[in-house]
Design a protein around this ligand. Structure first.
Ligand code: 9VF
Ligand code: MG
Length: 285
């Protein structure tokens, strides 16, 4: 070997790296460097053998004792916490109308419009829970005392979504509380965030002021630089379209994103609806 190749840094091949990612190998292992391809390839076999055994153990445990993936557990924990806090669960259609989207300001000119899955000319798979929740808020508002507390958890669909933290089909949990004193909004929002993050057992989060296309100002919940939720303090200019006249606060959580950060996974496909993974564990092991 000459001096040049001596100094050359050998890394995992693309294929090897792909497999390590699938197996959720730690980043430090993915970044590992070698002196020669031979050393690397020998190491690869040993490393994969090791991770595969650990994944098999985990798979057994998750299927024989816990029986559920982390996403489901988180969904249950949040649901239970909200029910105990006087929130009422609602279950609304996955199909929504073009006019409902338009009432959320999502029309041909909107960023999200190209992400919509149309199933008929005027019908699509819901990209968010908000239009249905707005409608349910109005329906509830005529029937029950204040404050009104409702939430829904379920699938949402967005076409563009690709990359480590986006999925075309994902699970949103959206809560809304309406009819408390307007000045209490921020404080109450803080309480609910603490409550739910506690229910998830996630405490390394921070709150960041942000802006989004639909709502304008939001407070985002960030864990390891990943947005796991967005919160909004109403009233909001869209309210009048839905005949909503009282102050509200709302939070939308991405359930798979919560699972991603809680379970230390590297991409959301591992914890999303899948035939290739169960609870973050690659099945071809
Ligand atoms: C919070 C996530 C559902 C309009 C009555 C209350 C909220 C943000 C939710 C958002 C998104 N907003 N849908 O509003 O809860 O990022 O897609 Si109401
Ligand atoms: Mg957001």
């Amino acid at each position: 070997m000459n001096a040049d190749t001596d100094k050359m840094i050998i890394r995992w091949t693309t294929q090897q790296l792909q497999r390590l990612r699938e197996l959720n190998a730690p980043q430090s292992l993915q970044d590992k460097v070698f002196k020669s391809p031979t050393e690397r390839d020998t190491d690869f076999l040993a490393v994969v053998h090791d991770i595969v055994s650990r994944n098999k153990e985990r798979f057994k445990e998750r299927t024989s004792t816990l029986h559920r993936p982390l996403t489901c557990t988180l969904e249950s924990n949040i649901t239970e916490t909200l029910i105990n806090s006087q929130f009422t669960q609602v279950v609304t259609p996955l199909f929504i109308s073009k006019s409902a989207l338009a009432k959320m300001s999502i029309d041909e000119r909107h960023n999200l419009y190209n992400d919509i899955f149309w199933i008929e000319k005027n019908k699509c798979l819901r990209p968010m829970l908000a239009p249905n929740l707005y409608q349910m808020l109005y329906n509830f508002s005529r029937l029950v005392d204040r404050p009104i507390r409702i939430f829904e958890v379920g699938p949402c669909f967005r076409r563009d979504s690709s990359g480590k933290y986006h999925m075309k089909e994902f699970t949103m949990l959206n809560l809304v509380e309406m009819g408390s004193e307007e000045k209490e909004g921020e404080k109450r929002l803080g309480e609910l965030i603490v409550l739910i993050m506690q229910a998830c057992g996630v405490d390394n989060y921070s709150l960041i002021k942000n802006k989004c296309d639909v709502y304008g100002d939001t407070v985002d919940i960030i864990v390891n630089d990943i947005e796991v939720a967005s919160a909004v303090i109403g009233p909001h200019p869209l309210d009048s379209k839905w005949k909503i006249t009282e102050p509200w606060i709302g939070i939308g959580f991405g359930i798979e994103r919560l699972a991603l950060v809680k379970g230390n996974f590297q991409n959301i496909q591992q914890v999303g609806r899948s035939l290739a993974y169960f609870d973050g564990i690659r099945l071809n092991i």
